[in-house]
Ligand binder design. Structure first.
Ligand code: HEM
Length: 496
């Protein structure tokens, strides 16, 4: 009996040793970057990610180095966390990593990956992306819809004035999110998200955002897709169906026969319908819906998170920062007037505040996954085909070797004469500050994003002083579609 137990244990240890030896030899032959051992059966290193993967991976890279190799389920994955490696992967080898992996969420929600973000790097994707860049999100098209943003600022400021009159505190996130959704749905299809017609929309959208953050097992271990632990896939499917019904309704109204002399609404839906040549029952209806959803999902939570972090940093930091911004705004915009986009060039401190917010709190801390379709030799390593790439911009933003006083909110660093005065946020080559990614897969909405975040923060700060019970930002985050404060940040507005 005793010798049986010893024999069994010896056999188990023998097998474990052989697996370890095989993994070591295999790793050497493949010249993979360093990683935290071979991982556990089936899941690989997935258990190491935790609820805030950017933080867990940051801890790993502090031990292992700025390039870490993991197996997530059966997916080879590399994570880089330094400006020089970001440059090597996203600039020097941009083309090789311009693919996106096929994801279950994309199939279920984005009409079988019909959107730009989900599409692989093929001619169709390039054409959709060109249309986004030139006809929808270029600075010129963004400017065309300026009136919508100003109008929504006016409505929002009025709502907050009512709250101020009663002395109530407000959740910044709730108001920012409502503003952004209204701006975006008017921009996309000329309707307010807060209107009766779209009453279900914000609710469904919120649930979808929450589900997005949870990993679907089929993405990492495809042969276990059928398991659907916790019924997540089922829930995603249900919300996708509800969202589809809302979008169907919007499209049906737009495609109703109408007077041919009547000009089509000047919104993005018209651009999409023309681009895809869509009429009723067209096979391209799915692509139109996917693009609408993509712009909505890409823009709302990301921008909301940035506004909330900016306000939290301004209100919790020494009051000096809020005061400096208010003084700058008062010098340019008269009291009681709305801040407009035409003022931005005269507001360098505002621009510095937005940069500093996105440095410390990038809304998408690991960027979206990039994929190398073929094996690739890079940074002295040989990566297998279908390696996924994440760039930990959150970790780069907090790296003391890259930034002076990296953990402090100091917008002044970006002002002329500051230690980071030459660092750009959009359209430059600043690999130490990349909240919008870089290269072919970089965010096409970065200009609109910076415009919306700056406009909202500027108006919130110019029209109100704020009091908050917090003196420090809690170090607690939660990952949905974006990286948010775990608890909504609340503050009381006082009319200035
Ligand atoms: C503060 C706000 C925003 C942040 C921080 C942000 C960040 C990002 C990031 C990090 C990526 C992935 C880049 C990569 O993987 O290399 C991305 C992709 C994308 N973003 Fe944004 N974004 C914001 C706002 C917007 C807005 C306003 C829009 C549209 C109106 C938008 C549309 C998109 C689209 C369509 C993609 C996918 C591009 C592709 O895969 O080809 N984003 N964004």
């Amino acid at each position: 009996m005793h010798s049986d137990i010893i024999t069994n244990w010896a056999a188990v240890l023998g097998v474990v040793f052989l697996i370890w030896l095989w993994a070591r030899i295999h790793r050497k032959r493949q010249r993979l970057p360093p990683g935290p051992g071979i991982g556990i059966p089936i899941l690989g290193h997935m258990h190491l990610l935790g609820p805030l993967p950017h933080r867990s991976i940051h801890k790993l890279s502090q031990k292992i180095g700025p390039i870490v190799f993991l197996r997530l389920g059966c997916r080879p994955t590399v994570i880089v966390s330094s400006p020089s490696l970001s440059r090597e992967f996203l600039h020097d080898h941009d083309e090789a990593f311009a693919f996106r992996p096929t994801m279950e969420f994309g199939k279920l929600v984005f009409y079988d990956q019909g959107s730009a973000c989900m599409q692989p790097d093929d001619p169709r994707w390039k054409a959709i992306r060109r249309m986004f860049a030139q006809e929808v999100l270029s600075p010129k098209s963004v400017l065309k819809y300026k009136n919508i943003r100003d109008d929504e600022v006016r409505i929002l400021m009025q709502e907050i004035r009512c709250k101020a009159a009663t002395g109530e505190s407000i959740e910044i996130r709730t108001f920012a999110n409502r503003w952004i959704l209204n701006v975006m749905t008017r921009f996309l299809f000329s309707r307010r998200a807060s209107g009766d017609e779209l009453s279900e929309f914000p609710k469904v959208f919120k649930v979808l955002s929450e589900l997005f953050a949870q990993p679907l097992i089929g993405d990492f271990v495809p042969y276990l897709r059928w398991l659907d632990p916790g019924g997540l896939r089922k829930r995603v499917k249900l919300q996708a169906k509800l969202m589809d019904a809302i979008l169907e309704n919007i499209l049906a109204k737009r495609l109703q026969p109408h007077d041919s002399n009547e000009a089509p609404p000047a919104d993005v839906l018209t651009v999409f319908l023309n681009f895809f040549g869509v009429s009723n029952n067209s096979s391209e209806l799915g692509a139109v819906k996917a693009c609408i959803l993509e712009i909505l999902t890409g823009s709302t939570d990301t921008t909301t998170a940035a506004v909330e972090w900016a306000m939290a940093e301004l209100l919790c930091a020494p009051k000096l920062r809020l005061q400096t911004l208010q003084d700058e705004l008062s010098a340019v915009v008269s009291a009681g007037q709305q801040v407009e986009e035409s003022h931005f060039n005269s507001l360098p401190y505002l621009q510095a505040v937005i940069k500093e917010t996105l440095r410390l709190h990038p809304s998408v801390p690991l960027l979206l996954p990039h994929l190398a379709r073929d094996p690739i030799e890079i940074a002295g390593f040989l990566l297998p085909e279908h390696t996924r790439l994440f760039v930990n911009v959150w970790a780069i933003g907090r790296d003391e070797n890259v930034w002076e006083a990296a953990h402090e909110f100091r917008p002044e660093r970006f002002l002329p004469g500051g230690s980071a005065s030459d660092v750009t946020l959009v359209g430059g080559q600043s690999y130490q500050l990349m909240p919008f990614g870089y290269g072919r897969r970089g965010c096409p909405g970065s200009h609109l994003a910076v415009t919306m975040v700056s406009l909202l923060v500027a108006n919130l700060v110019h029209n109100f002083t704020w009091s908050s019970s917090l003196s420090n930002i809690p170090d607690d985050e939660v990952m949905g579609m974006s990286n948010m404060l775990a608890k909504p940040f609340t503050a009381s507005p006082i009319i200035r």
